[in-house]
Design a protein around this ligand. Structure first.
Ligand SMILES: Nc1ncnc2c1ncn2[C@@H]1O[C@H](COP(=O)(O)OP(=O)(O)OP(=O)(O)O)[C@@H](O)[C@H]1O
Ligand SMILES: CC(C)(CO)[C@@H](O)C(=O)[O-]
Ligand code: BAL
Length: 285
């Protein structure tokens, strides 16, 4: 695997692949790779000739009291995993390569509407940091295809809207969430959990499944279901942030007439902020 730390060397590497007519797929990450990330690389290999991944812990998407400094950085182990998965190129810039003048004066990409609620409400500026860095990464790599996980459902929606609104010639593909045997969604931040918290963490997904089951059984009182879900999470030891039934298309609050639904949740457990979701179609017959 070719490892590039500078934008210039990445551009030269991509140009050589392009000259040979290769289709390029891109998998952006923040590193500390697990099987969820590797699944994105496997899926990328199915749809392109060359897979480029990036590892960059983007300071612009972290709030002042968030875990930027604590975020796990495991570059050597990550390189091995990417090589084993058949990734051909890794772009691993440092912050001054990506933001030579600092993040304060960086031109921003702001995606309206989708970013005000859910994670956007509790992490102000987060999605502007994400859409700005993803735009920069897209301009640097210039892939044909980019793959993102559905675990970060709102992020995927933001990136789809950004790519469409800004006419980016890149196909965005969403990949199903990879889970542990306990059904806990794999996430780098699971590494912050103690053994006891790890045993509690699957309750987040189980709560989503219970709400989905109730909706499929005919309940339309989404507010009460979410209220009960939050109480169950709090009893299990979580500090719930949000739990909400939304429309898949625009993440607006779902009504009784909607049938393409997604239930999204975020909750703190110990020092980890966990997110998860479950998307499903209601049979309205
Ligand atoms: N369990 C998973 N299954 C599928 N894709 C995933 C999973 N976890 C993360 N991804 C995807 O991998 C890409 C990189 O995500 P990131 O590096 O932030 O990993 P993460 O484990 O989600 O970290 P964090 O704990 O910070 O949320 C994103 O597109 C994300 O949606
Ligand atoms: C898309 C991303 C790599 C942008 O920093 C990050 O938000 C992530 O890992 O999901
Ligand atoms: N996987 C989303 C990146 C973040 O939480 O900052």
């Amino acid at each position: 695997m070719i490892v590039c730390h500078s934008i210039l060397s990445l551009r030269e590497t991509v140009q050589a692949y392009r000259k040979s007519g290769n289709k390029i797929a891109f998998v952006p990450t923040m590193g500390n790779l697990h099987s969820g990330h590797i699944q994105l690389v496997h899926e990328a290999k199915k749809v392109a000739d060359v897979v480029i991944s990036s590892i960059f812990v983007n300071p612009m998407q972290f709030g002042p009291n968030e875990d930027l400094d604590a975020y796990p950085r495991t570059l050597e182990a990550d390189k091995e995993k990417l090589t084993d998965a058949g990734c051909q190129v890794l772009f691993a810039p440092n912050a001054s390569e990506m933001y030579p003048n600092g993040t304060g004066v960086q031109t921003q990409v702001i995606v309206p509407e989708l970013t005000d609620e859910l994670c956007g409400a509790s992490r102000p500026g987060h999605f502007t940091g994400v859409s700005t860095v993803v735009t920069k990464l897209f301009n640097i790599v210039q892939p044909d295809i980019a793959l993102f996980g559905q675990k970060d459902f709102q992020q995927l929606a933001v990136i789809r809207k950004m790519a469409a609104d800004l006419c980016m010639p890149i196909e965005i593909i969403g990949i199903s969430t990879v889970r542990a045997a306990s059904e806990l969604a794999l996430s780098s931040r699971n590494g912050y959990l103690t053994e006891q918290e790890l045993a509690t963490a699957p309750t987040l997904y189980r709560t989503l499944v219970q709400i989905k089951d109730a909706i499929e059984a005919g309940s339309k009182d989404f507010d009460t279901l979410c209220h009960q879900g939050n109480s169950a999470l709090a009893s299990a030891g979580f500090k719930p942030d949000y739990l909400s039934v939304r429309r898949q298309s625009d993440l607006k609050h779902a009504t009784a007439n909607d049938d393409q639904l997604v239930i999204l949740a975020a909750a703190n457990l110990g020092s980890a902020r966990l997110i998860d979701n479950i998307a499903f179609a209601l049979n309205q017959n």
